[in-house]
Design a protein around this ligand. Sequence first.
Ligand code: UN1
Length: 517
Amino acid sequence: TWNAAKALEAFGLSASEVNPGVFDGKEWKASGDVHEALNPSTGEVLAKVQFGTKDDYERCAANAVAAQKEWQLMPAPQRGEIVRQIGNALIEKRDAMGALLSLEMGKIHAEGKGEVQEFIDICFIACGLSRSIPGQVVPSERTEHALMEIWKPLGTLGIITAFNFPHAVWGWNAAVSLVCGNTQLVKGAESASLVTIATQKVVSDVLKANGVDGGVAVLCQGEGPVVGDAMCRDPRIDLLSFTGSTKTGKIAQRLVHERSGQTVMELGGNNAILVMPSADIELALRSCVFAAAGTCGQRCTSLRRLLVHEDVYDELKPRLVEAYKKLPYGNPLHPKTLVGPIHNKAGIELFERTVQDAQSQGGKVLVGGGRPDASELPSEDLANGNFVQPTIVEIDPHADIVQEERFVPVLYLCKVKSFEEGIAINNQVEQGLSAALFSTDMREVFAWLGPAGAKQGVVNANTSCSGAECGLAFGGNGSTGWGRECGSDSWKQYMRRSSCAINFGKTLPLAQGIDFS
Ligand code: UN1
């Protein structure tokens, strides 16, 4: 079994001394404010972390940019081999990193290990990619000419992660981008600093063992207005990959685009599941509970809006409420726990406000709605933890609050009259991350996947709207930000394309038949 001391020790983190949150490629050294890393299950301080300042950032950025000069010249399969070794190193650390995620983020150990697994998987995808990054040769209209496309490294990538997936988001970007020949500067979520430092250590150790310049992957842990802002404004950061709220993401996006930089944005979702009369209700039920209450409702892909056809509404509703009543919540490291705490105190406030707002907009709380009292929690040490009851509110799908993403375990249950109405409601929000349909009618399934169906970036059928696999491109449309990470052709975002025309003859025919003699 894991505890804080053991999990910290696995990564050489200290419980008593201040841990520097900056690795500039050469040494661990930070000079900013000292921040306390808290355990959301107990409220206790896990460790102290020193953040970076503007000067620390400057050193990190300079080293990452300098290291790129050499890194870009290493053959991609050799970079792929190094990324493969990062995957292997993480296999060794999967349990420990999973435990640190439970302790600092608050997700259950199974999900913590799952997050590490996603990083491992993308390392192996990226290793394969390193030997297969494609390019095209297309016929030229000019005699003795060849046209081809070459993909080259972009330069230096900035990665800003969110507290809910502080490890996996790092991996989805880093594994692919490193193979593509970029170096990187990471700023992790402030409240997930220990996981961020632990991840950096694993990556840096592998680079060091391979004799690679540490500047290939640097870390500047720090505050958004200091380090995040510097990354957005720094022309040396060729691409900024940002995961977080739509509000902050839009500011970051504007700053980067103003200086003609590129972005990969993974912002808020407001995801729906539509359940039709032909659905396998048991499957739908289990998927909805996982998608809405899992990770305590703190995934971008969490289910927020459950749209149930009126013919099966009265069948699904009581079963869902029953399932919620039985959800074991408590210590995320306990193997029987399914729902851990909410990540921080602000989340508790948001939860309470969300329940109140929903009620004032006509919503009716079917289950949950408050905080458990001490007697409902499995052990005494959890009394100061950020526990809230997973909640279901029955509400009109057009209520204002249902159009917003609130990062708390409050599920809106809404009745719909038809498939068409369900699609319209699914699509009416500005966000567009993920959605799922439960139906065994293949006409509905294909209509749902088709052009007039769900508008989201992740569109599922008969499985949850959360829990996407990294083999596909992951990301969302609309105000979710249009970014794509992980598999498929997401790698293209981390490269620059040259369109090349090569004359291998002795004459100079011009394109479009132009005569210039
Ligand atoms: C997120 O919530 O930020 O599909 C991403 C999923 C995970 C990724 C979630 N693979 O739920």
